[in-house]
Design a binder for this molecule. Structure first.
Ligand SMILES: [Cu+2]
Length: 137
């Protein structure tokens, strides 16, 4: 094989590996609306290794309910979210939706993520299992 071809196949292999192993983070935006019961309800799929949506916009001062659905049966996932007045760390369940409720009191962008990690492998967060909750007025 010529040198150029070797380099191209090497790059292709790398690209394939980075997708296969995670590490891709593609922004998936969801702008929450207020349900009839006055709650901003957001359904989030949590899989290996992503949240979908992973960029959520909510309004300040209105209750938020995150409804999390774990897509993977065997790989455990959770959600961690720290923001002023809110401290969440919930394990997710492959059988049942997990609901997390809070009311954002301050505007800003706050990161949520999965803090699972297997042995010496990259953490789920490093593999792309994180997102942003943006609180606006
Ligand atoms: Cu995870």
């Amino acid at each position: 094989m010529r040198r150029g071809a070797v380099q191209v196949s090497f790059l292709l292999a790398l690209a394939f590996l980075s997708v296969a192993l995670g590490g891709e983070w593609e922004k998936k935006v969801y702008i929450a609306t207020v349900d009839k019961d006055g709650v901003q309800r957001v359904r989030i799929k949590a899989g290996s290794y992503y949240y979908d949506p992973n960029y959520i916009v909510v309004k300040r001062g209105i209750p938020v309910e995150l409804v999390l659905i774990r897509e993977s049966a065997f790989i455990p996932h959770n959600i961690v979210l720290e923001m002023p007045g809110v401290s969440i760390r919930e394990e997710l369940d492959p059988e049942e939706e997990v609901r997390v409720r809070f009311t954002p009191t301050e505007t800003g962008k706050f990161e949520f993520y999965c803090d699972k990690k297997f042995l010496f492998f990259k953490s789920h967060r490093e593999k792309g299992m994180w997102g942003i909750l943006e609180v606006v007025d």
